[in-house]
Design a protein around this ligand. Structure first.
Ligand code: PGA
Length: 249
């Protein structure tokens, strides 16, 4: 049985005060017996204070990226061991904004994924097609290629230490959500692809959906057989909408 997971991706938002307020508000609303894991991926500079704020609570912490090296001359990067010192549990890798704006390619993303695992963090590998790619009927090819980059380098077994997030790029921050059927179709495809190599890993793998998840569409999306929770951008910046999505999971 896969335990649902909901992760907030705060992107480049917030102030020291608003970040701590948001964490406190989320914590108040989380049930001690909730049947779902919950985490927030905050900006790097917010991690130290967030780490103290979430200590001894059921709210997990994550980063929005992670270095593809352990230490050294990598200006601007933050390594797994640095993040682990602040009890980060998750690290997003390959978010479409990293791929599109900062030109991170499959190979770099795969290396970040590997360093997350080696450093004891859970990489949340984001994959998904653009609008054009969907229109050209390339959705399955694109997600297969993005996933293969990781499997070819680090083996299908590495997925037992990872989480996947299917995020169609055309649905991120646009208000256009994939329909539950469209999302389920791709999630099922991803799981079957992995099952061809290792059925147990495919069965246990958490695959999140991301892209304009809101309180009013979360329940239907999370009700799909292969959707195990969500990666939430805009709606994670308000405690009430984030908590409503957590409750839907
Ligand atoms: P969104 O972002 O929920 O604002 O569409 C999702 C994401 O980028 O992870």
């Amino acid at each position: 049985m896969r335990r649902p997971l909901v992760i907030g991706n705060w992107k480049m938002h917030g102030t020291r005060k608003s970040n701590l307020d948001l964490i406190a508000q989320i914590q108040v609303g989380l049930n001690s017996n909730q049947n779902c894991d919950v985490a927030v991926c905050v900006p790097f500079v917010a991690i130290p204070e967030a780490s103290t704020a979430v200590a001894n609570s059921s709210l997990g912490l994550g980063s929005q990226n992670i270095a593809n090296a352990e230490q050294g001359a990598y200006t601007g990067e933050v390594s797994a061991s640095m993040l682990a010192e602040y009890q980060c549990k998750y690290a997003l890798v390959g978010h479409s904004e990293r791929r599109q704006i900062y030109l991170e390619n499959d190979e770099l993303v795969a290396s970040r994924y590997d360093f997350a695992i080696k450093g004891g963090l859970i990489p949340v590998l984001c994959i998904g097609e653009t609008d054009d790619e969907r229109e050209q009927g390339k959705t399955f090819d694109v997600v297969e290629k993005q996933l293969s980059a990781v499997i070819e380098h680090y083996g299908v077994e590495s997925l037992s230490k990872a989480v996947l997030a299917y995020e169609p790029v055309w649905a991120i921050g646009t208000g256009k959500t994939a329909t539950p059927e469209q999302a389920q179709e791709v999630h099922a495809f991803i799981r079957q692809l992995i099952a061809k190599q290792n059925a147990a890993i495919a069965e246990n793998l958490i695959i999140l959906y991301g892209g304009s998840v809101k309180p009013d569409n979360a329940k239907e999306l999370f009700g799909q057989a292969d959707i195990d929770g969500g990666l939430i951008g805009g709606a994670s910046l308000q405690a009430d909408s984030f908590l409503a999505i957590v409750n839907a999971a």
